[in-house]
Design a binder for this molecule. Structure first.
Ligand code: 164
Ligand code: MG
Length: 328
């Protein structure tokens, strides 16, 4: 049973948080936080997403705030640092915000950037981490198969852990995987899971070695757990640049997975210049705790979005709830 819109909005807060550096083309993150009988949930689909896509994010927020508890087998989750496309000179300062981490994910393949810059950034991260550190790169589907192969060659000396969504389509991923077969360079699917009509198609096609799973886009922890089980591939839980409320939802998923062999992309509180709690889930020694997050009333007030944005989010929630009502 889905709650009524008025029940959802009765204790809702819309916040706008500044980021420390531009990420996905934005410098602020807006989120609608919900409070229900089971705790807090976050509804923060990216602004450009339509109602259909946003409805999965709402299902996840409702699960967190109104749903049943989910069994957990971990008290902490190991996390990576996430490096946006910043100039090489800024890398050390951005990574410092994450504290001691052994794994860094480097965003690459930005349309406005060159491969040479991506290589320079990865080189700098390797210098900072040393030989034992783990580096993965995320192209967000920005490369053709040829460009991805070229990039894999150019980055071969840096001992990458995996390539995340190097190409956009499942067919391209499959072809690249064939071409990289002898390289032992795994491919992780992200958009091919979270933005696909069928999140299992990429695994079924044998087009990826790993799956990246995010609680909100996949419609909640329970659904994400089922997807990982059915995909039969190792999973990395990642954030959607959430507030600490959303990160707690991600940590709950990571804590419930039977296997967790890779550091998770849940360290992103370090990319927020402000959060909704005085005790954010910022990584400490490369880990975040698995615990509920309660926003502070004063921080919710301090970072409240302007009234026209609050109205926009309330309308968006009502429309997304309408989609959920039809689909359930
Ligand atoms: O996985 C991480 O290290 C952090 C999260 C992250 O990189 C992302 C969050 C949200 C949107 C994306 O552009 C991006 C990703 O593609 O994984
Ligand atoms: Mg990704």
């Amino acid at each position: 049973m889905l709650p009524e819109p008025d029940e959802l909005l009765a204790a809702a807060h819309v916040v706008r948080l500044p980021l420390v550096t531009r990420f996905r083309g934005v410098t602020e993150r807006e989120a609608l936080l919900l409070h229900g009988p089971s705790g807090w949930g976050e509804f923060s689909p990216f602004l450009e997403y339509g109602d259909e896509e946003a409805s999965a994010w709402l299902a996840a927020a409702i699960e967190a705030a109104w749903g049943d508890p989910i069994a957990s087998s971990r008290a902490e989750v190991p996390v990576n640092a996430t490096l946006p496309t910043v100039p090489v000179e800024q890398i050390a300062a951005v990574l410092e915000r994450f504290g001691e981490v052994r794994t860094v994910k480097v965003k690459v393949a930005d349309a406005a950037e060159s491969l040479a810059h991506d290589v320079a950034r990865v080189r700098e991260v390797r210098r900072i981490l040393g030989p034992a550190g783990r580096i993965r790169v995320d192209a967000n589907g920005g490369w053709s198969v040829d460009a991805a192969e070229r990039a894999a060659h150019a980055l071969a000396g840096f001992d990458l852990e995996y390539l995340e969504q190097p190409c956009a389509s499942i067919d391209e991923l499959a072809e690249l995987r064939e071409r990289l077969h002898d390289w032992q360079l795994p491919i992780a699917a992200d958009e091919s899971v979270r933005k696909a009509d069928d999140p299992l198609a990429v695994a079924r096609a044998g087009a990826a070695d790993l799956v990246v799973v995010k609680v909100q886009p996949l419609g909640g922890v329970a659904r994400a757990l089922r997807i990982v089980a059915e995909a039969g591939l190792p999973a990395i839980v990642s954030s959607a640049i959430d507030t600490s409320v959303g990160l707690a939802m991600g940590a709950r998923l990571a804590a419930a997975l039977p296997e967790l062999d890779y550091d998770c992309g849940l360290g992103t509180a370090a990319l927020l210049a402000a959060d909704v709690t005085g005790e954010p889930l910022t990584p400490v020694d490369g880990r975040i705790p698995v615990r509920p997050v309660e926003p502070d009333a004063a921080l919710l007030r301090a970072h409240a979005a302007p009234p026209e944005r609050v109205a926009w989010w309330h309308d968006r929630l009502r429309r997304a709830l309408g989609v959920l009502r039809v689909s359930r």
